[in-house]
Design a protein around this ligand. Structure first.
Ligand code: AMP
Ligand code: ZN
Length: 114
């Protein structure tokens, strides 16, 4: 997608603080962190959100999910704990229309999910 900010990050047209990358996935630090560890994980191929996850291949879906675990380990929060969040649509305040997963940790997180 030409005008998608996360596609531009995936193509290297906008800089990001990369945490992890493989063939299918890029993970980078959120520009407005809400926890000491706040990493955004995206499939490199554009789909809008969880409603379109079936458009990704099985390999892409597995890579995105596996990247959450890898990022948690790389960030040193695997044992202390972390949260994986994907905002989907208006009620969830999805602000970037490219599927992404937030990995949040490094501190005791709020119990409020909604
Ligand atoms: P969401 O509200 O779930 O759509 O989350 C989008 C996230 O992308 C927000 O937490 C933003 O801070 C983050 N974000 C937007 N632009 C950038 C960027 N250029 N680099 C890193 N994170 C970004
Ligand atoms: Zn995109």
């Amino acid at each position: 997608m030409d005008d998608c900010i996360f596609c531009k990050i995936a193509r290297g047209e906008i800089p990001s603080a990369k945490v992890y990358e493989d063939e299918y996935v890029l993970a980078f630090r959120d520009i407005n962190p809400m926890a000491p560890t706040h990493v955004v994980i995206i499939p490199k191929r554009h789909v809008r959100n969880m409603n379109e996850i079936a458009l990704l291949s099985e390999a892409e879906r597995l890579a995105v999910l596996s990247a959450c675990e890898k990022v948690a380990a790389l960030e040193g929060v695997a044992e202390s704990g972390y949260r994986v969040v994907s905002n989907c649509g208006p009620d969830a305040d999805q602000s970037v229309q490219h599927l992404h997963f937030h990995v949040l940790g490094g501190a005791k997180l709020s119990v409020n999910l909604a």
